[in-house]
Design a protein around this ligand. Structure first.
Ligand SMILES: [Zn+2]
Length: 162
């Protein structure tokens, strides 16, 4: 029994099994192969482009801009050549950009020392069961934290709890 027919394009089977159909290249495989032959992006990203002159919208394929050759050889090559050119032209920075560490001011250290002294007092008040003293210390600590924040220290330390 003959299950294939010869045509101008090639041999097309008349009746195929599911396994044979699965082994045939689909549209994506053909497009991927063509992209590799032409050395263009194999994974274009569809982007909706608006043309203000004709007032129309259309989808365009933007290159994926991958830098890994196994992902997209064309885009990886393009990115590599760009890096080579930028390095040759001296686009790289000569030194690491580091922000200079600003030392704490006297006011900031004094605020933290006062806060630390209050910790001992709070623990004593807690041991004595003096609730008024504890709530007073909490208010003072909240004021000290606000003052610390205003002096330019980001974040807060843990507040005393009952
Ligand atoms: Zn690509």
């Amino acid at each position: 029994m003959n299950t294939t027919t010869a045509t101008d394009e090639g041999v097309v089977p008349v009746r195929q099994t599911a396994a044979q159909r699965r082994s045939l290249p689909d549209f994506r495989d053909v497009a991927h192969e063509l992209a590799q032959q032409e050395h263009i992006c194999a994974r274009p990203i569809p982007m909706l482009a608006y043309n203000s002159k004709t007032l129309t919208e259309e989808y365009l394929g933007a290159p994926c801009k991958a830098t890994i050759a196994s992902v997209c050889p064309a885009c990886a090559d393009k990115a590599r050549f760009l890096r080579i050119t930028q390095s040759r032209e001296g686009w790289h920075i000569a030194s690491e950009p580091e922000n200079e560490k600003i030392p704490p001011t006297e006011q900031q250290t004094a605020l933290l020392a006062a806060r630390a002294d209050l910790f001992e007092t709070f623990q004593q008040a807690k041991a004595d069961g003096d609730q008024d003293m504890m709530s007073g210390i909490r208010e003072v600590v909240a004021d000290l934290d606000a003052e610390m924040k205003n002096s330019g220290v980001p974040g807060t330390a843990a507040r005393p709890r009952s």
